[in-house]
Design a protein around this ligand. Sequence first.
Ligand code: COA
Length: 166
Amino acid sequence: MDITIKKVKYLPELRRVAELADEIWHECFTDIISLGQIDYMVERFQYLDAMIRQIEEQSYTYLSVYDGGDLCGYIAVKPEQDDRFFLSKLYLRVDKRGQGIARLMLERVFEEARKHGKSSVYLTVNKHNDRAIAVYKRTGFTVTDSVVTDIGGGYVMDDYIFTYVL
Ligand SMILES: CC(C)(COP(=O)(O)OP(=O)(O)OC[C@H]1O[C@@H](n2cnc3c(N)ncnc32)[C@H](O)[C@@H]1OP(=O)(O)O)[C@@H](O)C(=O)NCCC(=O)NCCS
């Protein structure tokens, strides 16, 4: 294993991250939400133009995860106006799970948050996403709230909010 995590700076790499996002979302959420909702959420949040808007207008940073030369995961983060850092996305292709890469990804998130002078990292996770919930708990995140968000199209996100105090 030869893991590199780096900021996505150029459009061709962001395009490849969008393709990977499409693949991972259609694999990992099939037991949790409907195919219609997956398609809707990918289009709304993970199409290339949506990701460009997040970076240009909402201060998001995308980080790509490589094993050797293989793009196998990605992270999206955003500093809030207050002392919190938002972990918006943490995704690893299925064949790379269970190998400790998530811990490296989360350490990088904490490092970015500290660089921004933040005191905590928070995220939202679907209440039925058992694996991700187990990973966050194992890493030291705790549930601080739960929230149902109307995302349009007749869909809602039914999430826990997890927080990690730096
Ligand atoms: C979330 C995700 C990035 C985590 O990566 P992963 O490779 O599955 O995580 P790991 O197997 O490295 O597990 C990380 C830690 O959690 C622990 N863990 C994993 N599954 C666990 C479980 N079911 N119960 C208890 N602990 C568990 C691991 O033992 C590990 O702890 P350690 O480092 O002390 O050994 C990955 O599962 C993923 O991409 N899932 C699909 C997308 C997704 O749901 N993203 C999150 C959206 S909010």
